[in-house]
Write a protein that binds this ligand. Structure first.
Ligand code: SAM
Length: 274
């Protein structure tokens, strides 16, 4: 399919929620797709978020049953992707939720290989199934995007080699408001060392966006104080073509749009090693 026909969301019609996340019912004029035994024989036109309800949170400090690759070269690139534009992951969405951001970026930047990491099993399963459906529906598209269930706070170096990632996205992360839960925040001084390890030295970029001002200050301050990151100027951040996707195209961003909460975003360059 010619991806120029796809809307701004990377999908026909332009709205992530309207099209990508269907209601499980088949539109009248839709081409029939195979029946899925897991949905009681209902025609599985587009999978629905409703079929993949999950608990709101999963404790990232718990040891879950994860099976990360032993080392980055064990990541099964050929199984995860279809004709990936590069033989390694270029962009990673950490805590990708239902995967809306990468679904949009995938068609807008088809020359990048993208991976979404999500800790909640049912949510990660939704993303995996969704991308398989989208590939079937739009042959030739979405081969560059994949999703894995993992605890990104623990296993990032299992997935990515040193200096291999061009962009890391931290979109609307869980705020963990209570002070004693700050350890569960996805941005911390300790974890920034890991993010710096996997990002390309001198050119890698980490993006943050949240609707919680206090969390934004917390994250931005940690990046600014870290010797391996520098905040990009507002001008550089705003003129980056990826910024508007990070700000507006995730599933959570669309919920924020329906509220009167504002969005706070910034990006940080991985500095060369001293
Ligand atoms: C508020 S949601 C935002 C989802 C998505 N980024 C968006 O903007 O729509 C935060 C997501 O991060 C996931 N998450 C939290 N801690 C994680 C971890 N340690 N590893 C991977 N995913 C995590 C949660 O399960 C949840 O889906």
């Amino acid at each position: 399919m010619d991806t120029s026909q796809l809307g701004d969301s990377g999908l026909p019609g332009g709205s992530t929620n309207d099209v990508l996340i269907g209601d499980g019912k088949q539109p009248k004029d839709a081409k029939r797709t195979p029946q899925d035994p897991e949905t009681d024989g209902r025609v599985n036109w587009m999978i629905s978020k409703r079929d993949f309800r999950a608990r709101a949170h999963s404790n990232p400090l718990n040891d879950g049953l994860f099976e990360p690759p032993v080392k980055p070269s064990d990541l099964a690139i050929n199984k995860l992707y279809v004709n990936p534009p590069s033989p390694k992951v270029d962009w990673c969405d950490i805590g990708c939720g239902y995967g809306g951001l990468l679904a949009c970026l995938s068609t807008a930047f088809p020359d990048k290989t993208m991976l979404g990491l999500e800790i909640r099993d049912r949510v990660a399963e939704f993303c995996r199934r969704r991308v398989l459906e989208m590939r079937k529906e739009y042959p030739g598209s979405y081969g560059n995007v994949a999703f894995e269930r993992t605890n990104a706070m623990k296993y990032l170096p299992n997935y990515f080699a040193k200096g291999s990632i061009e962009k890391l996205f931290f979109c609307y992360p869980d705020p963990h408001f209570k002070k004693k839960k700050n350890r569960q925040r996805i941005i911390s001084t300790q974890l920034l060392a890991e993010y710096a390890f996997v990002l390309e030295e001198g050119t890698g970029i980490a993006y943050i966006v949240t609707d919680v001002p206090e969390l934004f200050e917390w994250m931005a301050t940690r990046f600014e104080r870290h010797p391996l990151f520098e905040r990009r100027s507002d001008e550089e951040h705003s003129s980056d073509p990826v910024t508007r996707y990070v700000r507006d195209k995730t599933d959570e961003a669309q919920r924020v749009d329906k509220s009167d909460r504002g969005k706070h975003d910034a990006s940080f360059r991985r500095l060369p090693n001293p």
